[in-house]
Design a protein around this ligand. Structure first.
Ligand SMILES: NC(=O)C1=CN([C@@H]2O[C@H](COP(=O)(O)OP(=O)(O)OC[C@H]3O[C@@H](n4cnc5c(N)ncnc54)[C@H](OP(=O)(O)O)[C@@H]3O)[C@@H](O)[C@H]2O)C=CC1
Ligand SMILES: Nc1nc(O)c(N)c(N[C@@H]2O[C@H](COP(=O)(O)O)[C@@H](O)[C@H]2O)n1
Length: 289
């Protein structure tokens, strides 16, 4: 995790940096580390973050991408991208938004300050021409990791997937196969404990959505997989046809955890709410303690 957007010396405090310094464990930033702070986390520190309307929507009807965050909270999101070693979205967001997931404050920061992009994409639907892959080819963002369901080397059923895998590898993607869980989803917990997790994800992962990924993050069974949730709430209404922030749970998925309030701050007109999931009987700040 990096925290190297310089704090102005002698200038006014930058609200986004002040908030992050207050809510992040210091050993995960380049802030001074107290000697007692543990430095070998069991898994990456995970921040789940997104922007929603007052009526709980993250996108418009049919998934239309909406600019919900105002400039001040958007700046916070870009500081978060700098702060984390890696950034994850679901393939639904890639297909719908074609996001870049780069840190821009407001201009594009150097590669050393960019998070490593990761896509959860069981059937390799990511287009080889998407901005994430093209940016990596241009050297302005890191190579993209695509996590997909394990393929059979021979079955006819998987022939299409093998072809898409080859196309994506030619476009520069690194493919990581995982066995889907009982809900047919790629288990985030298995990704976090993958033998190459520290290389792929670094010390910290920012999960940006969309709705199904948010739901899976919150439904993970104890001890959970999310350490911090940071939600920007914009003072707008999208209406009932919009995409709800948390997709309905799949049958058998766990109930969401209790949330402990950490901080709420105003960024321009938006409220930024920081909470920590709490699982009864589980101590500390998740696997990253
Ligand atoms: N306002 C905001 O902050 C944000 C808004 N958005 C909005 O969200 C919408 C996209 O959300 P959505 O359609 O739900 O797509 P997601 O980005 O949540 O991707 C969901 C897809 O990811 C795959 N997947 C693989 N493993 C998992 C897992 N463990 N849990 C959940 N999904 C998994 C599935 O596809 P498969 O089975 O093929 O693998 C699934 O359909 C867009 O409208 C976008 O604009 C997105 C991000 C942030
Ligand atoms: N923080 C925040 N506020 C909003 O209003 C948003 N719509 C989003 N969306 C997320 O950002 C992605 C686009 O990123 P790039 O600008 O292309 O880098 C989008 O896919 C969502 O994940 N976030």
């Amino acid at each position: 995790m990096q925290f190297n957007d310089p704090r102005p010396t002698g200038g006014p405090p930058v609200p986004a940096l002040a908030l992050l310094a207050a809510v992040y464990p210091p050993h995960l930033s380049d802030l001074p580390t107290p000697p007692s702070t543990p430095v070998r986390p069991a898994r990456p520190f995970v921040t789940l973050t997104y922007a929603q309307s007052l009526d709980g929507k993250i996108a418009g009807p049919g998934g239309t991408q909406l600019q919900l965050s105002g400039p001040e909270s958007m700046r916070l999101t870009h500081h978060l991208r700098v702060l984390h070693d890696s950034i994850l979205v679901g393939v639904g967001t890639v297909l719908n938004d074609d996001p870049q997931l780069t840190a821009r404050l407001p201009s594009l920061l150097p590669l050393s300050q960019q998070p490593r992009p990761v896509i959860l994409d069981s059937s390799l639907r990511t287009p080889p021409t998407c901005k994430l892959l093209v940016n990596a080819q241009r050297g302005i963002s890191h190579g993209v990791t695509i996590v997909h369901r394990a393929l059979s080397a021979t079955s006819e059923e998987d022939e299409d997937l093998r072809r898409r895998a080859a196309d994506l590898e030619r476009a520069g993607a690194r493919l990581i196969p995982l066995e889907p869980d009982e809900h047919g989803l790629l288990p985030l917990s298995a990704l976090l404990s993958h033998p190459h997790a520290s290389h792929l994800l670094g010390r910290s992962l920012m999960v940006e959505g969309g709705a199904r990924i948010i739901a899976s993050c919150l439904a993970a069974p104890p001890p959970g997989i999310v350490d911090l949730v940071i939600v920007t709430v914009a003072p707008v209404l999208v209406g009932e046809d919009g995409v709800s922030a948390v997709a309905p749970r799949k049958a058998g998925q766990g109930a969401p955890p209790r949330l402990e309030h950490v901080r709420t701050e105003l960024f321009g007109q938006d409220s930024v709410v920081v909470v920590r999931p709490v699982y009864e009987g589980v101590e500390g700040e998740g696997g990253a303690a």
